[in-house]
Design a protein around this ligand. Structure first.
Ligand SMILES: *Cc1c(COP(=O)(O)O)cnc(C)c1O
Length: 454
C-alpha cells in the first residue's frame, strides 16, 4: 500500500508523559500568544502525522481515532494528496477563480456531480470551510424559492459563523455570549432513537409527524426555503436518525417545494462506508454540503445540487477570494483518487465490523455503555449512569464525567479520542480509513483497559 508519502512509523509509542516537556513548553508559548477561546482536545504538538498515527514533538506516537475531526480520512500525508498539491504549489498558488479560472476547480465540480447521489443534472460551487458551504446552501435555497425560513433540528451542528450558529442547536460552547443570531431559523425534533420519549420503536413515525406538524402550524410550509439536516448527526452525538425519518422529511420537502439540504460535511466522502450517508436510505438531497474529508486536510468545501437550484443565484452572487483554492482542489483530486484506488468505502465498512463487534462486547460487560452506534468509521458509544433516570425517555441519565475520564485515560496511553454530544456523554471514534487493523485493535484494547479501570 503506497497510501502514505512520509509520516511517522505505524506504531504506538509513549516515551514521555502526555503531553511531554516540549509540548508543555509550546503550550506555555501558546498561552501567551493564542486567543484563549481557541481550544485543543489534547495539547500535544504535532511533528508528523500519517496513516493511523500522530507523532508529537517529544517523540510519542499516538494512535489517531480523530482524523482532525473526520478530515484526514485518507491519512494526513496521503501520497496522492502530497503529490498533486505539491505539483500545484509549484505551478501557482492562487489566481482567484472569480478573476482567472483554472481546471482543478472544474474537475472537482465534475467529480462532485458524479459522486453525489442522484442522476439529475448537477452543479457545484466551492468554498473554504463547512460553515461557508452551509451559509451558501441557504443563500442558494432562498434565491431559488424566494422564501426565507430555514428549518433545522435538535442536536444539529452546522458551524460557527453567525448564520450557522443560529442553525446549530447547542449553546455551550458554540453560541454562548455570541448573539444576536440570524432570524428565520426554526428548530424541530430529530428522531433520536436512544432517547426518544416513547422508545425507539415508534421514533421515526412520531418524530416525522411532529416535525411536519410543527412546520405546518408554526412556520407554514410555503414560507420554508430549506430544511437542513445531517444524515448522521456529528457534534450532536453521532445520532443516526431512526430509519424512515429522513425519507419522510425529504418527501415532505419535495411535496412543498422546500429545498432539502443534506449537510454531509462530517458524514461524507466514505466516512460511513458509502460516498454519502444519505445513500443508506436512498435519499437524494436537492443540495448537499461537503467539506472535512473532501481534500485530505486542505481547506475546501462545496455545495452541490440540482442544476436549476444551483443556478438560481444571480451571476456574481456566489464566491469569495479563496473559495476553491487551486492547491486545495489538487488535494481534493488526490484524496478522491485515494478513496477510489484503496476502496475506502470497503475499509470503512470493515472498521465498523471490527469496532462494533468489540464495542458491543464491552457494552455487555460495562453497563455505563448505554448505546453503541454509528456507521462505517463514524462510530460512538453513549455513556450513561445506570439506574439513574433521565429527564425523559427510558434511557438512563447521561454520564459526561465518565466520558471525560475515559477520554483522559485513553490520551495518557497514547490513544487520541474525541468526545461529542449535546450532553457531553458520547465518546466518538473517527479513525483515518487507512488505519491498519492492528492499530485499530490496539486502540480498542486501550479503551477496554480504561473502561475496566474506571
Ligand atoms: C464541521 C461541520 C461543519 C462546519 O465545518 P467548518 O469547516 O468547521 O466550518 C458543518 N456541518 C457539519 C455537519 C460539521 O460536522
Amino acid at each position: 500500500m503506497t497510501a502514505t508519502a512520509g509520516g511517522p512509523p505505524q506504531e504506538r509509542r509513549v516515551v514521555t508523559a502526555i503531553p511531554g516537556p516540549k509540548s508543555q513548553e509550546l503550550q506555555a508559548r501558546r498561552g501567551a500568544a493564542v486567543a484563549g477561546g481557541v481550544g485543543s482536545v489534547l495539547p500535544v504538538f504535532t511533528k508528523r502525522a500519517g496513516g493511523g498515527v500522530i507523532e508529537d514533538v517529544d517523540g510519542n506516537c499516538l494512535i489517531d481515532f480523530g482524523s482532525g475531526i473526520a478530515v484526514t480520512s485518507v491519512g494526513s500525508s496521503a501520497e496522492a494528496v502530497v503529490r498533486r498539491a505539491s505539483a500545484q504549489l509549484a505551478d501557482f498558488t492562487h489566481t482567484c477563480f472569480m478573476v482567472t479560472p483554472y481546471e482543478g476547480y472544474v474537475e472537482v465540480c465534475e467529480e462532485l456531480a458524479k459522486l453525489t447521489p442522484g442522476d439529475h443534472a448537477k452543479k457545484s460551487a466551492l468554498f473554504n470551510s463547512g460553515a461557508e458551504a452551509v451559509e451558501n446552501a441557504v443563500k442558494i435555497a432562498r434565491a431559488y424559492t424566494k422564501r426565507q425560513a430555514v428549518v433545522v433540528f435538535d442536536h444539529g451542528y452546522h458551524g460557527r459563523t453567525n448564520l450557522t450558529m443560529a442553525l446549530t442547536a447547542k449553546n455551550m460552547p458554540y453560541k454562548h455570549s455570541f448573539g444576536p443570531f440570524a432570524p428565520e431559523v426554526y428548530r424541530v425534533p430529530v428522531a433520536y432513537p436512544y432517547r426518544w420519549l416513547t422508545g425507539a420503536e415508534n421514533c421515526a413515525e412520531e418524530a416525522s409527524a411532529q416535525v411536519i406538524d410543527m412546520i405546518s402550524k408554526q412556520v407554514g410550509a410555503e414560507n420554508v426555503a430549506a430544511i437542513v439536516i445531517e444524515p448522521v448527526l456529528g457534534e450532536g452525538g453521532f445520532i443516526e436518525p431512526a430509519k424512515g425519518f429522513l425519507p419522510a422529511i425529504a418527501r415532505f420537502a419535495k411535496d412543498n417545494g422546500i429545498v432539502f439540504v443534506a449537510d454531509e460535511i462530517q458524514s461524507g466522502f466514505c466516512r460511513t462506508g458509502q460516498w454519502f450517508a444519505c445513500e443508506d436510505e436512498g435519499v437524494v438531497p436537492d443540495l448537499i454540503t461537503t467539506a472535512k474529508g473532501i481534500a485530505g486536510g486542505l481547506p475546501l468545501a462545496a455545495v452541490t445540487g440540482r442544476a436549476e437550484i444551483m443556478d438560481a443565484a444571480h451571476a456574481g452572487g456566489l464566491g469569495g477570494t479563496y473559495g476553491g483554492n487551486p492547491v486545495a482542489c489538487a488535494a481534493a483530486l488526490g484524496a478522491i483518487e485515494t478513496m477510489k484506488e484503496l476502496d475506502l468505502n470497503a475499509r470503512a465498512q470493515r472498521i465498523e465490523e471490527v469496532m462494533k463487534g468489540r464495542l458491543s462486547a464491552m457494552q455487555e460487560k460495562y453497563d455505563i455503555i448505554g448505546d453503541v452506534r454509528g456507521r462505517g468509521a463514524m462510530i460512538a458509544i453513549e455513556l450513561v449512569k445506570p439506574g439513574v433516570a433521565a429527564a425523559g425517555g427510558s434511557a438512563p441519565a447521561p454520564n459526561p464525567e465518565a466520558t471525560a475520564a475515559l477520554a483522559k485515560a485513553c490520551h495518557a496511553e497514547g490513544l487520541l479520542v474525541l468526545t461529542c454530544g449535546t450532553y457531553g456523554n458520547v465518546l466518538r471514534f473517527l479513525p483515518p480509513l487507512v488505519i491498519g487493523e492492528d492499530l485499530l485493535n490496539e486502540g480498542l484494547d486501550i479503551l477496554e483497559g480504561a473502561l475496566a479501570a474506571l
